[in-house]
Design a protein around this ligand. Sequence first.
Ligand code: ADP
Ligand code: ADP
Length: 218
Amino acid sequence: MIEVRGLTKRYGPTLAVDDLSFQVRPGSVTGFLGPNGAGKSTTMRMILGLDRPTAGTALIAGKPYRDLDHPLRTVGALLDAKWVHPNRSARSHLRWMAASNGIPDSRVDEVLALVGLTEVAGKKAGGFSLGMSQRLGLAGALLGDPQVLLFDEPVNGLDPEGIVWIRKFMQRLAAEGRTVLVSSHLLSEMALTAEHLVVIGRGRLIADTSVREFVDRA
Ligand code: ADP
Ligand code: ADP
């Protein structure tokens, strides 16, 4: 469902992503593991069409992001910098997202319930804790009921309950048959979250294997 082939990104003298190839399959969580600066965000941004590759391709359901007929219905993403207007309520933010993407308004209350934000749907997003902001970002990612989901370091800075909640949520999405790619710099976190690992360092592929094999071999 996600296929990366020869993906490369150069920023001036920095080779942020270096000839990376891997596939992400549906049905289980795939962890995208590597230290800070390894190229995880850059790779995700290229998959999502937010950054142009220097070379190579990234396909979602067989197409580059820009060729998808219904991007929000195909792929959802929770990235680091999720911009939400602080004076907008959670619900009005989602209604605006739905309206600008041809998604029925009725879906808004469904996703608010899915992420447990129904009670605070009318409150301004500017007053949300990090955990609530992450849930709101997740609600936005789920609006189009996409089969493919990308999460960039989703548990960074969350409290333990928030971490467990996001982890279980991602596992449920994968168990529903969706394709879930989640980045982290922590093997300990990925060992609890993912079944499969794509490991990178300095932009290059280090391993593409099950968590079990990776941990046994390391
Ligand atoms: P390949 O065709 O690349 O040799 P397989 O289809 O034989 O890989 O997959 C071997 C096992 O590993 C399967 O159970 C598959 O679901 C799992 N697997 C391989 N790569 C991934 C991935 N990137 N994401 C999720 N699961 C994977
Ligand atoms: P990760 O997400 O694994 O922490 P990144 O993809 O953010 O890694 O960064 C990979 C490398 O690319 C780092 O060396 C980073 O400094 C560099 N980089 C990322 N974005 C930019 C940018 N917009 N301009 C220049 N260098 C960048």
